[in-house]
Ligand binder design. Structure first.
Ligand code: ASP
Length: 314
């Protein structure tokens, strides 16, 4: 029997064992496990891959440790601008939002774009007006304020650079750390889905949008090949059309998910210095994860009995 599977990520980057306290590591692992469980529970009950990736992503958006929803990083102006997208592999239905503020769970707004509009991506003021019309839960700035993110922002605020997440103050000098959360799943009916959500980059310029809300770059799902969610330096993932690139290698070259992902992450992205990684699941329920950074917060569970939570490289 083909297994049901879910995989999640909580961002990639320079994640060093030496800079992680045991308590903090446990908190990250618990957060990742909670997200895997939230999605897997639905799959087990016969739920759809789409509902499973949304449940897992909401769990990560609500956790202040991850750069999405509540834990979103600060922009240069000291606010939070969030991006999210999702895609269904049955019919390529997709929804996305970019540059939204105050939305508690941007992935839920992305779902409304998919369900209620003829569009794929709504941004800025238009997306905010749509959020109000839909009645998705909103929060004030205090909800999104976490001391950890505030300190990250203070460290680079006046430098004129924007940095990726998962940095400690000492690492910010080198500035190449990622955040973002995402999930991919295969359900009992063989349907695939992918979701990605992010606060973007610390100190990012007003209006900057990365790969996460862009279908094909940060997110992709097609039942015939794979579902993919990316995390990494968004500008490079956009140029690599990273998520779609894996799908295309499987479709046109006949590669397995693992082979295709390796070519994209360790080849195409490395060639353009695109640091980061991705998670994926194929039509057979096989999970793959690849990253060219020091680490990637990640986890998966499959009904064939396999699964784990991991943070660092091997
Ligand atoms: N890809 C995200 C962006 O560029 C950041 C990340 O994954 O950490 O907005």
């Amino acid at each position: 029997m083909i297994p049901i599977s879910i995989a999640i990520h909580g961002g990639a980057g320079t994640i060093l064992r030496s800079e992680m306290s045991p308590d903090r590591e446990r908190a990250y692992r618990d957060g990742l496990q909670a997200a895997v469980d939230a999605g897997y529970r639905l799959l087990e009950k016969g739920g759809s891959a789409m509902d499973a990736v949304i449940a897992a992503t909401v769990s990560l958006e609500d956790n202040p440790l991850f750069n999405a929803g509540k834990g979103s990083v600060f922009t240069h102006e000291g606010s939070h601008e969030m991006d999210a997208s999702l895609m269904r592999g049955d019919d390529l239905a997709a929804g996305a939002v970019a540059g939204v503020r105050g939305v508690r769970n941007p992935i839920l707004l992305a779902r409304e774009v998919m369900l209620q509009t003829p569009h794929v991506l709504l941004s800025g003021e238009g997306a905010m007006a749509f959020a109000k019309a839909c009645g998705v839960p909103m929060e004030g700035p205090a909800y999104f304020h976490t001391d950890f993110r505030y300190q990250q922002w203070q460290a680079v605020k006046d430098s004129g650079i924007s940095v990726l997440d998962h940095s400690t103050a000492s690492q910010l000098q080198g500035a190449n750390k990622m955040g973002t959360v995402g999930a991919v799943a295969r359900d009992i009916h063989g349907r695939l889905a992918a979701a990605t959500s992010t606060g973007g980059m610390t100190n990012k310029q007003f209006g900057r949008v990365g790969d996460s809300p862009v279908i094909g770059a940060g997110t992709w799902a097609d039942n015939n090949t794979c579902a993919i969610s990316c995390t990494g330096h968004g500008e490079l993932f956009l140029k690599a059309v990273a998520a779609y690139d894996v799908h295309a290698r499987m479709l046109y070259k006949g590669l397995s998910l693992e082979e295709a992902m390796r070519e994209t992450v360790m080849g195409k992205l490395v060639d353009i210095s695109g640091e980061g990684g991705m998670i994926g699941v194929d039509a057979k329920g096989r999970v793959s994860m690849a990253f060219n950074s020091e680490g990637m917060y990640r986890g998966f569970r499959s009904s064939d009995g396999s699964g784990h939570i991991a943070i660092y490289g091997s």
